[in-house]
Design a protein around this ligand. Structure first.
Ligand SMILES: O=c1ccn([C@@H]2O[C@H](COP(=O)(O)O)[C@@H](O)[C@H]2O)c(=O)[nH]1
Length: 270
């Protein structure tokens, strides 16, 4: 999907919501366990219930890999089920030496046909660039993550006084453009958000950490939105596990609707 198409979808749906499909057998409602493919059945009903409120879906690949070969099949079925006008994110956090990254890129972009994949910057340019050679596909580079452990390395101050995450952002500007690269910035990082937005005014930011991790949609939106939208805000558990009963899809729709309605207010203010 092109930058422009994504931006158009955001304004068409008045939403920059990304629904995280972190679907696990021990978390989905028990009545689904009798289905042939319980996770696919769960995903299908979540997608049907939330599609009017979301522009993107993000299966976290770990939840599918954990199931072995059948998990990959479930993932493929889920991606095939999603309408073509939604943006799909393989949250896989990959990156390796060049020829290996090339294979990861083929797996997610050609075989599974995702629009984008999350990539770790740690191994440097040759580990990221192979992902950037695919037409209309995106790298979403981990810059400043939402978890506590982000303190271990990402805030490390370099000799020039800048934190490591800032170097990741600055240096990676030479690898791709705002039309094929996004950055992961956690919703729990609102203190750093304004400065990051200044560094990369045009790039889309994938923002996880709203909902279960306590990030504020209001603060992130006020700082992060740009004239093209510029944000994809993810919520996984807060939406998909809103209820563990038979009404789970209805409850997910309700959570997604609440977020979308709030997003509409911020988009209307642009
Ligand atoms: O910095 C990061 C990067 C990725 N994630 C992923 O996003 C979702 C968040 O799930 P919630 O249930 O909404 O907390 C999950 O797949 C993480 O692996 C992140 O949280 N932070």
């Amino acid at each position: 999907m092109h930058y422009k198409q994504l931006s158009q979808q955001i304004f068409k749906k008045s939403s920059y919501l990304c629904v995280g499909l972190d679907s696990a057998l021990d978390k989905i409602p028990s009545h689904l366990l009798k289905e042939k493919d319980p996770i696919f059945e769960f995903n299908k009903q979540i997608i049907d219930a939330t599609i009017d409120f979301a522009v993107a879906y993000k299966p976290n690949i770990a939840f599918y890999e954990a199931l072995g070969p059948s998990g990959w099949e479930t993932l493929q079925k889920t991606i095939d089920y999603l309408p073509k006008d939604v943006f799909t994110i393989a949250d896989a956090k990959r990156g390796d030496i060049g020829n290996t990254s090339q294979m990861y890129a083929k797996a997610f972009f050609e075989s599974l046909n995702f629009d984008s994949v999350t990539v770790a910057p740690y191994m440097g340019s040759d580990s990221v660039k192979p992902f950037l050679t695919f037409e209309e596909k995106w790298v979403i580079l981990l810059a400043l993550t939402s978890n506590e452990g982000a303190q271990d390395f990402q805030f490390e101050e370099l000799q020039n006084g800048k934190p490591l995450y800032e170097k990741v952002i600055e240096q990676s500007q030479n690898w791709g453009s705002h039309e094929n690269m996004m950055y992961v910035i956690g919703a729990t990082r609102n203190e750093q958000f304004a400065h990051i937005r200044q560094l990369i005014p045009k790039h889309f930011l994938l923002v996880p950490g709203v909902g279960a991790q306590g990030g504020s949609l209001k603060e992130i939106s006020e700082i992060g939105l740009n004239k093209d939208g510029g944000l994809l805000v993810n919520s996984s558990r807060g939406i998909i596990y809103a209820s563990s009963e038979k009404d789970f899809a209805k409850a997910a729709a309700q959570e997604a609707r609440v977020l979308q309605e709030e997003m509409k207010v911020y988009l209307d203010q642009l």
